[in-house]
Structure formats: structure tokens, C-alpha cells
Design a binder for this molecule. Structure first.
Ligand SMILES: Cc1cc2nc3c(=O)[nH]c(=O)nc-3n(C[C@H](O)[C@H](O)[C@H](O)COP(=O)(O)O)c2cc1C
Length: 176
């Protein structure tokens, strides 16, 4: 079934051609890439909306540009596909519950204390860093849309990041 490309190595690799029948393996391969965890928020006429996202990435320092991608199948896609202003919150290791909460649609903001940016974007409290963004472009990314934005304000605090790898959460273990 698999081609063991490097079978005499201590870490044999499974190789495959990604496609509809290899989604599990493709997810497993992508999951080897550890990421941080963010919650992206925006405002809508129906109220504040947020979504857990680990596709966040820095793009440019000057000018300050970041990106993330939103799944087209998400019930929150219309909100994030249309908004101009949004905020990306990088979560700390003590914010696992916030990540779980915003991974579900529903009433994630119910009972959650938050501020508002000048642009009216909901801002969560207690995060490691935060980027207030203004959309520059949206690109096609297959079953996701890639949102590219300029950072108009940023803030950060001290703390340990929440990580996501192999489909699970964890902490950063720095080499001495
Ligand atoms: C750690 C983690 C990272 C995620 N990253 C993304 C992401 O980058 N983009 C995205 O659209 N959904 C991402 N999701 C899934 C969404 O949070 C959400 O569960 C999914 O879009 C279903 O949304 P819905 O209930 O609105 O349909 C992630 C979920 C988890 C737990």
C-alpha cells in the first residue's frame, strides 16, 4: 500500500499521492507540522463571531502583513469572507478551553468578557499576542479561502504558547 522510500533509515517514511482516498494520510503528514493556535474574531450584524485557526502565518514585516485561511464549509465562512476588519489572538497554554470553545460554532461569545477595537472588532482578553487586521486580499485556496491582511495594531504579553500538532494540543518544550 505504501512505498517505504527510505526503509533502511531509523525513521521509515510512508509516501503517497494526496487525493480523495488519501485524506487521512495527508492530514497525518500535515499534522507533523506543529503550529500555534489562534482565535480570529470579527463583528457581524448578528453579533461577534470567532473561530479557532492554526493556519495563521506571518508574511511581511514591512509592511506588516499576515495571512490565515478559512474553510469554505465552515458555518462561519460568510462572516469571515465578507468582513474587512478582524483580530487574530494567539493563545497561551492556559487557554485550551478558549480554543475548544471557538472550534465549535454556536454561542462561543456567550458570557465571555471582551473589549472592542476602534473598528468595532471583538477583542479577547488574556491572550499572548493580538493582531488587529484590515483585509488586503482574499485568494482561492481550494476548500479554503486565504485571507491576507495588513496589521494595523499589535500587542503582546509574556507567557507560554498553546501548540497544536498531530491532532492534539501541547506545550512548547524548549531545548536547554
Ligand atoms: C486547532 C484547530 C485549528 C483550526 N484551524 C482552522 C483554520 O485555520 N481554518 C479553519 O477554517 N478552520 C480551522 N479549524 C476548524 C474551525 O475552528 C471549526 O471547528 C470548523 O471551521 C467548523 O466550523 P463550523 O462549526 O462553523 O462549521 C481549526 C480547529 C482546531 C481545533
Amino acid at each position: 500500500m505504501y512505498h517505504f522510500a527510505d526503509s533502511d533509515h531509523a525513521r521509515p517514511m510512508k509516501s503517497f499521492v494526496p487525493g480523495p482516498e488519501r485524506q487521512r494520510e495527508f492530514r497525518d503528514a500535515l499534522g507533523r507540522f506543529a503550529t500555534g493556535v489562534t482565535v480570529v474574531t470579527t463583528d457581524t450584524p448578528e453579533g461577534p463571531v470567532g473561530i479557532t485557526a492554526n493556519s495563521f502565518s506571518s508574511v511581511s514585516l514591512d509592511p506588516p502583513i499576515v495571512l490565515w485561511s478559512i474553510g469554505r464549509h465552515s458555518r462561519r465562512f460568510p462572516a469571515f469572507a465578507q468582513c474587512r476588519d478582524f483580530a487574530v489572538h494567539v493563545l497561551g497554554a492556559d487557554q485550551l478551553e478558549l480554543s475548544r470553545r471557538f472550534a465549535c460554532a454556536g454561542e462561543a461569545f456567550a458570557g465571555l468578557d471582551h473589549d472592542r477595537s476602534e473598528a468595532g472588532v471583538p477583542l479577547l482578553k488574556g491572550c499572548l499576542s493580538r493582531f488587529e487586521c484590515s483585509r488586503l486580499a482574499t485568494h482561492d485556496g481550494g476548500d479554503h479561502a486565504i485571507v491576507v491582511a495588513r496589521v494595523v495594531a499589535a500587542s503582546f504579553a509574556e507567557g507560554e504558547p498553546l501548540l497544536f500538532a498531530g491532532g492534539g494540543y501541547g506545550r512548547f518544550d524548549r531545548f536547554a
